[in-house]
Design a protein around this ligand. Sequence first.
Ligand code: PMP
Length: 443
Amino acid sequence: MSHVIYKTIDSRPAWASGGSGAWLEDRDGRRYLDTCGGVGVSSLGHRHPRIAEAMERAARDLTWAHAGAFTTAPAEELAQTLAGRSGGLSHAQFLSGGSEAMELALKIAYQYHAERGDRGRQLVISRRQSYHGSTLAMLAISGNVQRRSVFEPLLGRAEFVSPCYEYRDRLPTESVEDYVDRLGAELEAKILEVGAENVAAFTAETVVGSTSGAVPAVPGYFRKVREICRRHGLLLVLDEVMAGLGRTGQHFAYLDDAVTPDIVAVGKGLAAGYAPISAVLVSPEIHEALGAGSGVLQNGQTNVNHSFACAVALEVQRTIHDEGLLDNVRTRGEQLRQSLVKRFSDSPAVGDVRGRGLFVGVELVRPDDGRTPLDGGGRLAAAIKREGLARGVLLYPGYGTVDGEAGNHVLFAPPFVSTPDDIDDMVTRLGEVLDVCLAEATH
Ligand code: PMP
């Protein structure tokens, strides 16, 4: 009997014991091709030798000193590295997971307004079909209905507007500019409805991750949002826990949208699974405002700026630079999207292939009309995952893609070190899995 609480309570997951590059291995020696870095985490793949060596060195150094009294070289260097790549943000604090980073991002937004005497700004406007973390405060601002589920009665107030979801929501008669204008008008109407003086921040995933399957915004959307936020005094808080740190082919996904937020949260890829660490980065204005006000960040957690975790993350970020992995993300991402489109060109059940870099979504649709959302639900998602594991491929399927209920997708977020053969293999195996699962689901 196991004493571990598993995600699926009554079935034991595979027993991971090794791996290399884009491959994982279980204790019986079976190999699994990792198309999703688990959940967009393993950007350097598994058992990267350079990171193992850096971890050994870091373990011999001081591994932790309380951030209330000390700083350390790894924390300083990591903050400097990230700020330098961020396109204008200046200071970072490190935490343990993405939910914590997003929660601190919003605490900082509230505190920023309060320090400046703007205490009425207590609301957050978020987007439907979004996920910002598993704590109660982050679920409250997440549109993801499945994850809110039984906790709904415990969740505080948040306001929601539409996501930017071109495949489903841009009208056939609408240009991209018109669509951006419509979404901008909706956001502005929401701000005016609740009163700009009551809103602290607008928050969004720069590229929507698990909820809808790698949905980037159309060109111009975030510039419009940035302008509206500025005009009404809201902070723009971007959630790049999944999309950030190279996943889209840029150190920060928003760089492709030609904006810089006031605050950004990053996580998963920061140490690529080699240490549990996340970060919040803020603009110089926010940092100065906190300093000029109370001078104290109103948040304290035991593992803030954890020296060992920062050292590991620093080595991961340096490796991305030294191995030229952003180029690989762009090239392999292009290969992945093109191969998926080619493989499924005769398959009406694949309605859309989208994404940026190695962050790619495949939306499944009803094969009879090639457009209506598939309603395979959690059963189809579970079948895809199960069939994948049986065929030696780790897949990340999701459901409720369109509105929390309808729609199915598969999310690709493979390691940045994936080879051309790995990518071909991923597409071939997904094809085999979908052939089996869709035949069952659509009969
Ligand atoms: N935001 C986004 C966009 C995420 O994808 C996730 C994790 N799936 C989180 C926040 C929460 O991160 P964590 O699970 O590390 O707490």
